[in-house]
Design a protein around this ligand. Sequence first.
Ligand SMILES: [Mg+2]
Length: 377
Amino acid sequence: MVITDVTTIKLRFPMDVPMADAIHYMPERTTLLVRVHTDDGIIGLGEVAAYGGYLESVENLVTGELCSTILGEDPFRVERLWRMMATRAHQRGRRGMLMMAMSGVDIALWDIVGQATRTPLYRLLGGYRDRLSVYASAGFYARDKDVTALADEVGGYAERGFRCVKIKVGRQPDALLNPLADMPAAEYATVTYDEDVARVRAARAAIGPAVRLAIDANNAWTPSLALRFMRDVDDQDIYWLEEPVATEDLDGSAALAGQLDTPVAGYETETGLAGFRDLIARRAVDIVQPDVIWSGGITECRKIAALAQAYGLPVIPHVFSSALSLVANMHFIASIPNGSWLEWDQNPNPLRSELFLDMPAMDGDGDVRLRSDRAWV
Ligand SMILES: [Mg+2]
């Protein structure tokens, strides 16, 4: 079998009400899907992270140089093809968009291997577990969404059976060095520090003591502000604090992780094995959060997970895009021994909820099962 073409599908969903995290304004959800075609008719599907950028920018990388690199090659040689894609572009992008584009191609190659061998990918990669605990990823900022509305939202997740909920924190324009000031729609749905503390308290009250509560600052804070905030919500039993500081501030994140007994999780904004090596080896994170559509595909994420395992750290991937990213990350988590929770975005997005005819669903225990009889789900 050889690769005959690489094509893409671009999809957009404009939101009725834009949402925002600490620094990102999201008026729409988008996805760039990758299809790797073969001469025996199998088409592998992958997804490239875009996260607010122009889909055409990463699309050109996929259909241009990455396609020309793998054309005519054997799709089973995923490790070899990954290295060829990375090496030939080493002067132009070892991180960022190149790693995003390679991630989509890598997932599509693994999909080809799964389809050709009629084996679900998580089983092909060792099949460590076949059920995952899912957490509701939500609690964003939005126009007219006050503390009461946030409490109503997250209380609903607890009622539906979620055993863990994550909300956003940090959209505070008065926070020192907050990158929000340089972002689009920086005035949209902002809060004061005290309002942010109140949001966390309201969310905890709404879900009760039995449901876990994580918070995500999306790189908005300095280490000192993160420490102060965590002291002010110390009685709220926070399960983890995600991306508290700038991704590049390894020493700041490590110092924070050393001072808090709440685990520091991150950094979805890092990519590649070498990037995560620095986060892990310098103890800047207690929970490791790669994303198969962003950090380098399933191939690279498994290496990141192995390194995390050597340091005794769990992996809770970032998952926040289409149904394909959800399912691909499911297979990744299910294949590794130190995999943990599956992030399940609860914001309205048909690219997640309607892309596939048959989507996995949460059971009464707050878990989702992988099926051993299907190549994907
Ligand atoms: Mg995050």
